[in-house]
Design a protein around this ligand. Structure first.
Ligand SMILES: Nc1nc2c(c(=O)[nH]1)N[C@H]1C(S)=C(S)[C@@H](COP(=O)(O)OP(=O)(O)OC[C@H]3O[C@@H](n4cnc5c(N)ncnc54)[C@H](O)[C@@H]3O)O[C@H]1N2
Ligand code: MOO
Length: 415
């Protein structure tokens, strides 16, 4: 790679330049979690749908029980029972009560509810020892949401509470930006699937799992294809087969200077994928472009596991978010005090693994380096929860300095 390196920001801008949010689709409610709603949702009905009881007890006419107390209890005949969703008396006459359960519709004529605790729980005749206030324990129709109310604005990222509200007003589906389907291919003749026998020179394919889990965590759909050997024809055949229904392709490995760097060699023949270096460590060799008739975006991530993961976080994740109509991630996200000194390469943005923590007040944030800078260190990667960012111009950062950290393990909808 003799060409000048792109900066991290230049490469990310290049990746995001032509990406636009995917066309909306209608999905079932649980599939909408974490997705961007593209409709203004209004209430098709009121909540509560009808006046109903907030307590298990008796529906009464307040004027019949107004003087009730421990010293002067009122006794009234019980004319029936209304359970939530179970038919019961639709009204009560003066001088009578009906049992009523929480959520059951108020019968005509009743204007308050006396909870069981203020009575002897009588079945034929009930003894009431406390009078309810006007309309006490009645939940009014439309007291929460009125038919026609604006409930959710287009652009809202749907969380569990939105999903619950949509269901509560009877919506089985909602219009959202869909989850991109991301095909994940690991290349390397040394790779074996977990569970398979290893030869003397083979290793397990961690990357396709690392990337598939990252895709899922980002809210997209991972289609983990697994291992493709270092063979150009085999790689292109699998790629074209997998393009059906794919919105994004992510490969790992085969993009550096090696004699068997299959991804670069194969995709160069297509002429639609850029390969070059980015001024960062880990993650220098990168490729991005489009493949197939539908011009599906493809990321060719470096094979070293830490490089692959960090490249995903910096470039693929913002791309997936863009396709989903979410703001691309803005990093670094937090300033922290470095506990320990670190060194870095001049002219490259370094992303070191760290563990960051906040004190109880949340005011003091510290970050400790975890392991070294080697991009094969998956044990340390798993032990980290943040990336310490050392800017291009620095080669040393002293103990106690303020550094920028990228917080890892964010969900689909947070920054
Ligand atoms: N002469 C040069 N050699 C290398 C350079 C360079 O500039 N000049 N760059 C180095 C850097 S930096 C990186 S990063 C790697 C990237 O190499 P590739 O993308 O071609 O990846 P591979 O060679 O296929 O693999 C690198 C490394 O990662 C292991 N690997 C690959 N795939 C997986 C997987 N799915 N699961 C676990 N581990 C995987 C592979 O066995 C290698 O050890 O190139 C440097 N070399
Ligand atoms: O891009 Mo490499 O990640 O420096 O090992």
């Amino acid at each position: 790679m003799t060409d000048a390196l792109l900066s991290v920001d230049e490469f990310r801008a290049k990746v995001l330049a032509d990406l636009v949010p995917a066309a909306p689709v209608e999905v079932e409610l649980l599939d909408a979690l974490g997705l961007v709603c593209v409709e203004d949702v209004t209430a098709p009905l009121s909540l509560p749908r009808f006046d109903n009881s907030a307590m298990d007890g008796y529906a009464v006419r307040r004027e019949d029980v107004v003087g009730a107390s421990e010293d002067a209890p009122v006794e009234l005949p019980v004319v029936g029972e209304i359970g939530a969703g179970r038919a019961g008396p639709s009204g009560i006459e003066a001088g009578t009560v009906t049992k009523i359960m929480t959520g059951a519709p108020m019968p005509h004529g009743a204007d308050a509810v006396v909870p069981y605790e203020w009575t002897d729980r009588g079945a034929g005749v009930v003894r009431i020892t406390q009078a309810p206030a006007e309309a006490q324990h009645i939940r009014r129709v439309g007291g929460d949401v009125r038919e026609g109310d604006h409930l959710i604005s287009a652009g809202t990222v749907l969380g569990p509470r939105h999903v619950g509200l949509l269901a509560a007003v009877g919506r089985p589906t909602v219009m959202v930006r869909p989850r991109p389907v991301v095909v994940i291919l690991s290349t390397g003749s040394e790779l074996r699937a977990p569970g398979e026998e290893l030869g003397a020179d083979s290793i397990y394919d961690g990357n396709s799992y690392l990337l598939a889990a990252s895709v899922t965590r980002a809210g997209a759909v991972a289609r983990r294809v697994g291992i493709v050997p270092d063979d150009q024809d085999a790689f292109l055949a699998v790629l074209h087969e997998q393009l059906v229904g794919a919105d994004v392709v992510v490969t790992s490995g085969g993009v550096s200077q090696g004699d068997f760097d299959v991804v670069k060699a194969a995709l160069r023949t297509l002429g639609t994928v850029w390969f070059g270096g980015v001024a960062m460590q880990p993650g220098k060799p990168q490729g991005f472009g489009v493949v197939g008739e539908r011009r599906v975006p493809i990321f060719t991530l470096p094979g070293n596991p830490v490089s692959s993961y960090i490249s995903f976080e910096l470039f693929v994740r913002p791309a997936l978010r863009t396709l989903m109509g979410l703001e691309p991630v803005v990093e670094p996200t937090t300033t922290a005090t470095l506990e320990g000194a670190v060194s870095s390469l001049s002219g490259k943005r370094q992303f070191l693994r760290g563990r960051y923590s906040r004190d109880d007040s949340g005011a003091t944030v510290t970050v400790k380096p975890v392991g070294g800078s080697g991009s094969h260190l998956v044990g340390d990667l798993a032990a980290s929860n943040a990336l310490i960012v050392v800017p291009e111009e620095l080669t040393e950062v002293v103990d106690g300095a303020q550094v920028q950290v990228v917080v890892l393990d964010r969900g689909a909808t947070d920054g």
